[in-house]
Design a protein around this ligand. Structure first.
Ligand code: T1G
Length: 697
């Protein structure tokens, strides 16, 4: 039928196979091949039933996302699915791997579905800023009922084959070759003379929600609670709502309108960009061609504190045994206790199976003494963040760790090359910078030292993906990528207070933009005393922050900082005391407050960071603008629907950003705000940041 779709007759059964590696995406070739195959099988008098299966590692994993940026070519997926559904002969979908997005929609157009035990089925379109655009919002509620459909469509997470069987999404689970299982099932359908089941005609599972709309509205409310700023989840809810209220074809029309609006939206462009940026970040750009990852079967983690404990959990979560090393039995007991409690809390919420906490704790061997790293293939150090302590630990690791072990530091800003120099094997040393809470945050900033060997780098990237983290490779500099850019934002935040803004005004602008938290609420969470102590060590001042600390306002831990926190709550409340303290400080320094608008605040929060990002690219600390975006998306809570600071900068326009930076540099007499040479060059050449490295998106 086409290069990527074949049809084979096995006696009275026609087996249609899609073979479009790597994930059988519904490219134009697959759509036209499917349509042609279904029509041919329907016309072939010998054929009594049809099986639709895929070659390779997975069933159809959705529409071809790279085609959304191109002019649409027929046949439309809806037309293909209609041909399948209206086929007079039973069509059985034989699912293995993942049936996602348009792939599940194709399967929902089939009359029956069988799946292998480890298959996953889902409609993740909202994660791309879209909604299911080929009948998924109309057929899935009819297959599994509105509640589960809302959960799957608005949440975007797949369900297992077992859950699919329990909820009527599939007829059978199968072992072995799924195409053969599909064929066996098709023969059974023929033998039992079962009529083709068209989901479009079966409203039985909608009855309860038609009678009681709150069934639907409550599920939607629960699933959209965390969808702040996102358009797609609400548009998807409207489409599913139409499935309950409207006849099938009218619901389909509503879905189509929603899809076409979203596919052209800036949010979806940003989320599709993020999809490919995440995958690109795992591809090391330079000097690693052909390098193979080393085996990692056992990991040792030094330090069972907040970071060490979270990192250990990430490994145990995917079944990798961990040796967790502390300096004393008390420290160890405390660290293990926190991990147990975290896992039990997740199990209590139903996030993991009830027996998982015990199983995962069993993978953790808690010991005292660095000599216990001897069996580890990978050692991750997560001790106190001072160079002296790190150097001492690495000197010992060099002594005890086995040859070929990868030695990683979880430092968030210290110089990896300096740490590596403490060993005889700097080629085996690099940074693996996790983010707190490390068992939750997705990002792993992998810091490539000057001497880090290519196979050590690919080992770190591979293991980061194995523990379901998103790796981004960066070079050695103060604060690497994320913290280095963040420092520019924090600096401007302090200056804005100095010039007249208030913490709550700055934070409101940043959270309205979509960040989870503003700089001042973040400082209160981290504790102002940490920065105060290090400023004092370095003999530098931050007038307002110092004044707050001298007043005992260390943040949440003292119930007051830039905000006040009442009765142990974590909700930041503006505190007139702070405004009074700021006024007194400015008067003491003979400085006048001025009215500062939200637009200026946003520009001074974001543009200096982007400028620093340009410097990071210039210096080769990051290989691609999209790597910087991955760092911010998965490590700092940058809103996914804005794609990342570099992507957003291109949307705002580099000329505008460069002009504003030059303006603020002059206005605030701050040469560090001068636009970076790379920014100036791109403006002169009328180019974008993304033109530096074209992503498929
Ligand atoms: N389109 C194009 N390329 C895709 C793709 C897709 N749908 N899915 C994956 N790839 C590429 C990916 O970029 C990578 O390329 C390679 O395949 C392997 O992917 C009408 C509108 C299936 C679970 O959202 O979630 O259908 O980097 O590294 O970790 O309603 O890929 O090697 O060059 O991720 O094993 C809905 C997206 C689309 C699923 C496999 N579908 N894919 O994970 O491999 S919208 C999705 C995934 C839609 C309809 C709508 C995962 C995976 P490269 P990978 P993996």
């Amino acid at each position: 039928m086409s290069e990527v779709v074949t049809i084979e007759r096995r006696d009275t059964i026609a087996v249609i196979t899609v073979n479009n590696p790597p994930v059988n995406a519904l490219s134009i070739g697959v759509r036209s091949g499917l349509l042609g195959s279904i029509k041919a099988a329907a016309l072939d008098a010998e054929v009594k039933a049809i099986v639709l299966a895929c070659a390779g590692r997975t069933f159809i994993a959705g529409a071809d996302i790279t085609e959304f940026a191109k002019p649409h070519q027929p046949p439309d997926l809806g037309e293909v699915i209609e041909a399948i559904e209206n086929c007079p002969k039973p069509v059985v979908a034989a699912i293995h791997g993942t049936a996602l997005g348009g792939g599940l929609e194709v399967a929902l157009g089939c009359h029956f579905r069988v799946a292998s035990k480890d298959a996953k089925l889902g409609l993740p379109e909202v994660k791309l800023g879209l909604l299911p655009g080929a009948g998924g919002t109309q057929r899935l509620p009819r297959a599994v009922g509105p509640e589960l459909a809302v959960k799957m469509i608005i949440g975007g997470d797949p369900i297992t084959a077992a859950e699919a069987l329990k909820n009527g999404l599939i007829e059978e689970m199968a072992e072995g070759s799924i195409a053969s299982a599909g064929e066996v099932f098709a023969r059974k359908v023929l033998a039992e003379k079962r009529p083709p089941r068209k989901l479009r005609d079966d409203d039985s599972k909608l009855a309860r929600a038609k009678a009681d709309r709150s069934i639907f509205t409550d599920s939607v409310a629960a699933m959209t609670r965390r969808a702040r700023g996102l358009e797609a989840p609400f548009a998807a809810a409207d489409a599913v709502g139409a499935a309950i209220e409207l006849p099938f074809d009218e619901g389909l029309k509503k879905e189509r309108e929603g899809f076409l609006r979203l596919v052209a939206s800036d949010q979806s462009k940003a989320q599709r960009y993020a999809f490919f940026a995440e995958r690109e970040a795992a591809k090391i750009v330079a000097n690693s061609e052909g390098a193979k990852p080393r085996n990692v079967n056992r990991v040792a983690i030094i330090g069972a504190g907040t970071m060490g404990g979270g990192i250990a959990m990430s490994f145990a979560n995917v079944g990798i045994p961990v040796t967790l090393i502390e300096t004393s039995p008390e420290q160890l007991k405390r660290g293990l206790g926190v991990m147990q409690k975290n896992w039990e809390a997740t199990a209590a919420r139903g996030g993991i199976p009830a027996d998982a906490p015990a199983k995962r704790m069993a993978l953790i061997k808690g010991v005292v003494g660095l000599e216990n790293v001897k069996d580890a293939d990978l050692v991750i150090e997560a001790v106190f963040e001072t160079m002296a302590v790190k150097k001492e630990v690495f000197r010992k690791l060099d002594q005890f760790a086995k040859p070929g072990a990868v030695l990683a530091s979880n430092t968030s800003f210290l110089n990896i090359d300096e740490i590596a120099k403490e060993t005889e094997r700097p080629q085996d040393v690099l940074g693996m910078h996790f983010f707190s809470p490390a068992n939750v945050m997705k990002l792993c900033e992998i810091v490539r030292g000057a001497k880090t060997a290519p196979d050590v780098l690919v080992t770190a990237v591979a293991i980061a993906r194995r523990i379901t983290k998103v790796p981004a490779v960066v070079g050695v500099c103060d604060g690497f990528v994320g913290n280095r850019m963040l420092a520019q934002r924090e600096r401007q935040a302090d200056l804005l207070l100095f010039e007249g803004a208030l913490p709550q005004q700055v934070d409101a602008v940043v959270t309205k933009f979509g960040m989870p938290m503003g700089p001042f609420a973040m400082s209160d969470l981290a504790g102002l005393d940490i920065g105060w102590r290090s400023r004092k060590d370095r003999g530098i001042k931050s007038e307002i922050a110092d004044a707050l600390c001298e007043a005992g306002r260390f943040g949440q831990k003292t119930g007051k900082g830039y905000y006040k926190y009442e009765g142990g709550s974590r909700t930041p409340l503006p505190d007139p005391e702070v405004e009074k303290l700021i006024d007194e400080t400015l008067i003491r320094l003979a400085r006048k407050r001025r009215t500062i608008g939200d637009e200026e605040i946003l520009e001074r929060m974001m543009y200096p960071m982007i400028n620093e990002g340009a410097k990071i690219l210039q210096e080769g600390i990051a290989a691609r603008p999209s790597d910087i975006d991955v760092v911010w998306l998965y490590g700092y809570g940058w809103p996914i629907y804005r794609g990342g600071p570099m992507f957003w900068a291109d949307q705002v326009g580099l000329k505008h950003i460069a002009d504003r930076l030059a303006f603020y540099a002059k206005e605030t007499d701050d040469p560090s705000l001068e636009p970076a040479p790379l920014l100036k060059r791109l403006v002169t050449e009328n180019r974008t940041l993304s033109s530096l490295f074209q992503l498929r998106s």
